[in-house]
Design a protein around this ligand. Sequence first.
Ligand SMILES: [Mg+2]
Length: 200
Amino acid sequence: MNFSAITGWIFDMDGTLTMPIHDFSIIRKELQMPEEQEDILMWFHELPAGIYKEKQEILERLELELAHQTKPQQAIHDLLALLSERGCKLGVITRNNKINTEVTLQAAGLAHFFEPESIKTRESAAPKPDPEAVHQLLDLWNLPKGNVVICGDYKHDINAGVAAGIRTIYFNSRNDEAWKVLAECTVHTWDEIIDHLDDQ
Ligand SMILES: [Mg+2]
């Protein structure tokens, strides 16, 4: 991928901009989520209204506790500084909620890189892999799809990008090859992009 041609950069938040502290095994345990359920938000939609509300509150409390402890990924601050210096549009699409997203980005020292309207949370649009939030950013930025990339550490991030017809970078920080085939490009550290930003 010719990184210098990319003028719109969309990032997943948890595990992509930030170190993965979302300990899903603890979250699953606290929520008493059945083993066979794979996706928290999808499971929530199957629950009766009263239970849904109770589980939602537990999830929000756990997520807020975790948000305050957030650390940025190595080199992400330098990459965002470089991209914003070059005038690139920067955005976030997360399945997290608005308050947690604000706390997380502040705790990680990354909030100032993103305009509030370029941060899409689960209140803004249907959650990834639905491409709705990607379309919202494309409309906001008014950039051609070929000049916009989504970077993420999970299949939902890449699939949202593919569904919207934009470029995709899989951030494989855990050296797990699982979703490499879905993405156009794979990096293991943000330094790899900084080092190759001007390659043709
Ligand atoms: Mg993630």
